[in-house]
Design a protein around this ligand. Structure first.
Ligand code: C2E
Ligand code: MG
Ligand code: MG
Length: 735
C-alpha cells in the first residue's frame, strides 16, 4: 500500500514537468527547417539504448522514439554514444546538441542548468533483489543504481531523502554489491531489466513488481537560448508522435530476442558440459600422445633391433656385441673373461652342397645351442656369415670341456644326425682379457686378437682352437686353481707353517722365528707365498689362510710351552686382514687365551701396504694390540715409499729392516751408510731392530759392528718345517 502511494507521488512530481512545457515551447518556436542534431545517449542499456552488434549503429526504444519526434520537428538526428560517466558530465560537452535520458532538468557538473523536453514515454523502474527476499520500506532502503542514471538518482533523492543510494559504474559491479549485501535492491529501468536478467548468471535475482516507479524519459539540453529553442521545437515533434507509434516502437524492441550470450554466459550455462568436454578432449589428447609415443618406442625398438641384432639368428651383431661387452666389462671389472672368435671350417662347402637353407638352419642351431649355456654376465654375437664371437667368463678348463660337449659336439653331429655325411668343425681363437682391457675397453681390438688366434687354429690341422695369449690363459687357470684350491688345501693339510729362526748374532742363540706359510698344492706342487698371497688377497681369501697359520703357530707355541720351552714367533698380518668390522686384536686375544699363551709370545708383523690402505685403522689396531700385550713389528722397513712416515705415526715395538731391498743394487758404500743411520735412528727412537734378509757373514758382522745383533736370513737358516726347526732349536738351546 505504501509503495503505491510512493508511485503516485512520483507521478505527481513528473507531471510538474509537463506544466512547465508551454514556457519552453514558446522559446523553441523560432527554429524550423531540416538541421542535424547530435544526440548523446548511453549505450549500455539494451533495449532502450544499445549498439547494433554488427553495424555498431546506436539503436533502441529511446533512439527510435527520439528519431520519430525529431523528424516530426524537422531535424535529422545523429546518435552518439556518450563517453562521459554521467549525464552531468556530458551536459558540459558542447559536441552534443541534446542528451538523453533525462527524468527532469538537472545541473551539469560545471554548474550549467538544463532544459528538458516533454516526456517521450513513461518508463517503468523496478527493484530487483537477491532471491525472493522481503523488501524493507522504501525510506530505509539501500538502493544500488548505475551512476549514468544521474537524473533518476537526483529525482529519487528528492523524493526519499532517507533512502541510501549507492552508485556503480556497471551492472556487473552493482550486482556484485547486491550479492555482498552492500545494498538491499537494485533499481533500473524495467525494459533494461528484461534484457539484463536474461543473463544466466543473474538467475538468482528477483524482480519486485510490487515496488515500481514510472519515470519520465526526456531529452535535455543546456539551458541556453539555443537549447531552449531546440527543446521547444522538439516538443512539437514529441507531441506529433502518436501513442500507437510509441507502443509499436516499444513492442518492436521488447519482443525482439536481443540478449546474446557472451562467453561467460556459455561458461555459466554449459560450464559442466564444457568441463566434461575439455576433460574428454584432454583424455583423448593424452591417449593419443601416449599411443604416438608407444608407436615411436616400437619403431625405435625395431630400429635398435635392426641396428644391434642379427636378423637370421636373433643374436647380437657386431654393433650390439660391442655395446654389450663394454657394458659387461664396466659392470664386472673383476671377472676373468676370454673372448673367442669362432668359425666353421668349410662353411662354403656346406652351403654349396646342402643349400643355403640348411646352412642357415645350422647357424640358427648354433646360436640357440650356444645361447642356452650363457649367463647374464656373458655375450654372444654373429658378426658375419659363420663367424660367431663370444665373451665368456673363465671358470677353468672344465668349463671349456663342457662347452666342447654342450655346443661343439652337437654342432659337429648336426648333419650326421640327419643322416648326412657332413661333419661340422668349428675353429676357435681365444683371447684372454688382461687388466688393461678393462681399463681401456676396445672390443674391436679384442675381437681382432681372437681372430688372429682363430686363423692360426684354422691353419693347423690337428687343433681346433688356439690362444692368442696362452701365457695369460695359463696364468688365469693357475689363479683359479690357487683361489679355488684354498679350502681343500686347509682341509687336506696342503698348507704348512714353516719357521725361519731369528738370531742374536752376539750370542749365537735363536731368539725367535718368523712363521712363513708354504703350500704344497695338489696339482701345482710347491707354491711360494710370493705367488699365492697376492692371489688370495685379490680373491678376498687371505684371512682364511692367515687364521689357519696363526692357529698352527699357537698350537706349536702351546706344545713348546708344555715342554717347558718358552718361545716367541712372529706372524704376518696381511693388509686385507685389517678391516672395518673385523676386530683383529680381539681375534688374537681369543687365540692366545684358548691356547694358554702369553700375548708377548706372538709378534705381529704389519706392513706399509696396510698403512697406505687405511692408516687410522692400522694405528688403532696397533694401539689395541700393544695394549693387550702383543708385540707389534714393522715388516719390510725401507722397502716402501713411506716407511719413515709410518714409523712416525704407528707405535711399534720392533722394526724389521729389509736388507734384501737395501743391498740388492746400487753403491754398497751408500747402503752401509744408510743402514748405519737407520740403526742409530731406530735406537734413538727407543725401538728394537732386527735385520732380515741377512745372506752373508760380512753383512752380519757389519750389522753387529753398528750395534744391531738381531738378525734373520739365509746366512743363518732358511725357513724350515716345524720338525726341523724343533731339532735345530734343541741343538741351539743345548749349545
Ligand atoms: P716377509 O714377511 O718379509 O718374509 C720374509 C721373506 O724373506 C720370506 O719369504 C723369507 O723366506 C725370505 N727370506 C728370509 N731370509 C732371506 C734371505 O736371506 N734372502 C732372501 N732373498 N730372502 C729371505 P717367503 O717365505 O717367500 O715369504 C714372502 C712373503 O710372503 C713374506 O715376506 C710375507 O709378506 C708373505 N707371507 C709369507 N707367509 C705368510 C702368511 O702366512 N701370511 C701372510 N699374510 N703373508 C705371508
Ligand atoms: Mg714378515
Ligand atoms: Mg719382511
Amino acid at each position: 500500500m505504501k509503495n503505491h502511494t510512493q508511485v503516485i507521488r512520483l507521478l505527481v512530481r513528473l507531471l510538474w514537468g509537463l506544466l512547465l512545457l508551454p514556457l519552453a515551447a514558446s522559446a523553441a518556436s523560432a527554429q524550423s527547417g531540416s538541421e542535424t542534431l547530435t544526440v548523446g545517449v548511453p549505450i549500455d542499456r539494451c533495449p532502450i539504448f544499445y549498439q547494433e552488434p554488427d553495424s555498431g549503429e546506436v539503436i533502441g526504444i529511446g533512439v527510435d522514439l527520439m528519431r520519430a519526434a525529431a523528424e516530426e520537428a524537422g531535424y535529422t538526428v545523429r546518435f552518439r554514444a556518450v563517453r562521459e560517466h554521467t549525464l552531468k558530465d556530458a551536459l558540459d560537452n558542447p559536441e552534443y546538441d541534446v542528451l538523453m535520458p533525462f527524468g527532469s532538468a538537472i545541473r551539469s557538473t560545471a554548474g550549467q542548468s538544463s532544459v528538458v523536453t516533454e516526456n517521450l514515454f513513461q518508463t517503468p523502474f523496478t527493484f530487483v533483489t537477491k532471491g525472493n527476499r522481503e523488501m524493507p520500506a522504501l525510506g530505509q532502503l539501500r538502493v544500488g543504481m548505475l551512476r549514468s542514471l544521474g537524473g533518476a538518482i537526483e529525482t529519487l533523492h528528492s523524493l526519499f531523502p532517507d533512502m541510501e543510494i549507492r552508485e556503480y559504474d556497471s551492472m556487473a559491479e552493482s550486482v556484485k554489491a547486491l550479492r555482498k549485501n552492500e545494498v538491499d535492491a537494485l533499481l533500473h529501468n524495467s525494459f533494461v531489466w528484461s534484457y539484463v536478467l536474461q543473463k544466466p548468471a543473474y538467475r538468482d535475482l528477483t524482480v519486485q513488481p510490487s515496488a515500481m516507479f514510472l519515470m519520465d524519459f526526456r531529452a535535455g539540453a543546456p539551458d541556453t537560448p539555443e537549447g531552449r529553442a531546440l527543446v521547444e521545437r522538439l516538443n512539437r515533434g514529441i507531441a506529433a508522435v502518436s501513442e500507437t507509434r510509441r507502443q509499436a516502437v516499444i513492442l518492436d524492441y521488447t519482443s525482439r530476442r536481443l540478449y546474446r550470450y557472451d562467453f561467460s554466459d556459455y561458461l555459466y550455462e554449459y560450464g559442466l558440459i564444457l568441463l566434461l568436454g575439455a576433460l574428454l578432449l584432454a583424455a583423448v589428447i593424452v591417449i593419443a600422445v601416449q599411443r604416438l609415443r608407444a608407436v615411436r618406442r616400437e619403431q625405435e625398438e625395431t630400429l635398435r633391433k635392426m641396428m644391434d641384432y642379427d636378423p637370421l639368428t636373433g643374436l647380437l651383431n657386431m654393433n650390439g656385441f660391442r655395446k654389450r661387452v663394454e657394458e659387461l666389462l664396466r659392470t664386472y671389472p673383476d671377472e676373468p673373461y676370454y673372448l673367442s672368435y669362432n668359425n666353421i671350417r668349410g662353411f662354403k662347402f656346406i652351403n654349396d652342397s646342402l643349400g643355403r637353407e640348411d646352412g642357415d638352419k645350422l647357424l640358427r642351431f648354433w646360436a640357440e645351442t650356444s645361447e642356452r649355456y650363457l649367463s647374464d654376465k656373458e655375450a654372444i654375437a654373429r658378426i658375419t656369415a659363420d663367424h660367431f664371437v663370444v665373451l665368456r667368463r673363465i671358470e677353468g678348463e672344465e668349463k671349456m670341456l663342457r662347452d666342447e660337449q654342450d655346443v661343439f659336439a652337437p654342432m659337429e653331429n648336426y648333419f650326421i644326425e640327419q643322416g648326412k655325411e657332413n661333419r661340422v668343425l668349428i675353429c676357435s681363437g681365444i683371447y684372454i682379457l688382461v687388466p688393461r682391457d678393462f681399463r681401456k675397453i676396445d672390443v674391436d681390438h679384442m675381437v681382432d686378437l681372437a681372430r688372429v688366434a682363430e686363423k692360426r687354429a684354422r691353419a693347423s690341422l690337428n687343433r681346433n682352437y688356439e690362444f692368442y695369449n696362452p701365457e695369460q690363459w695359463e696364468y688365469g687357470k693357475r689363479v683359479l686353481d690357487i683361489a679355488n684350491g684354498l679350502p681343500r688345501a686347509i682341509e687336506d693339510g696342503e698348507l704348512q707353517v714353516w719357521y725361519q729362526p731369528q738370531m742374536d748374532y752376539d750370542t749365537g742363540k735363536i731368539t725367535g722365528a718368523e712363521a712363513l706359510c708354504r703350500w704344497k698344492h695338489g696339482k701345482l706342487d710347491w707354491l711360494s707365498p710370493g705367488e699365492f698371497i697376492p692371489i688370495l688377497e685379490d680373491a678376498g681369501l687371505i684371512y682364511e689362510l692367515d687364521s689357519y697359520v696363526w692357529e698352527q703357530v699357537c698350537r706349536d707355541l702351546q706344545r713348546w710351552n708344555a715342554q717347558g720351552c718358552y718361545r716367541c714367533v712372529s706372524v704376518n698380518l696381511s693388509r686385507d686382514d685389517i678391516r672395518e668390522g673385523r676386530d683383529i686384536p680381539a681375534c688374537f686375544e681369543k687365540l692366545v687365551r684358548r691356547h694358554g699363551l702369553r700375548p708377548e709370545q706372538l709378534r705381529i708383523e704389519i706392513t706399509e701396504t696396510a698403512y697406505a690402505e687405511s692408516p687410522q685403522l692400522l694405528i688403532a689396531t696397533t694401539e689395541k694390540l700393544r695394549a693387550l700385550g702383543f708385540q707389534v713389528e714393522m715388516d719390510d722397513f725401507g722397502s716402501g715409499y713411506s716407511s719413515l712416515h709410518m714409523l712416525k705415526e704407528v707405535p711399534v715395538d720392533r722394526v724389521k729392516l729389509d736388507l734384501n731391498f737395501l743391498t740388492a743394487s746400487g753403491d754398497q758404500e751408500k747402503c752401509r751408510t744408510i743402514i748405519s743411520s737407520v740403526i742409530s735412528m731406530v735406537q734413538n727412537l727407543g725401538l728394537r731392530l732386527i735385520s732380515e734378509g741377512v745372506e752373508t757373514a760380512e753383512q752380519a758382522r757389519f750389522l753387529q759392528s753398528r750395534g744391531s745383533s738381531e738378525m734373520q736370513g739365509f746366512y743363518f737358516y732358511k725357513p724350515m718345517p716345524v720338525q726341523e726347526f724343533e731339532e735345530i732349536l734343541a741343538k741351539n738351546e743345548s749349545a
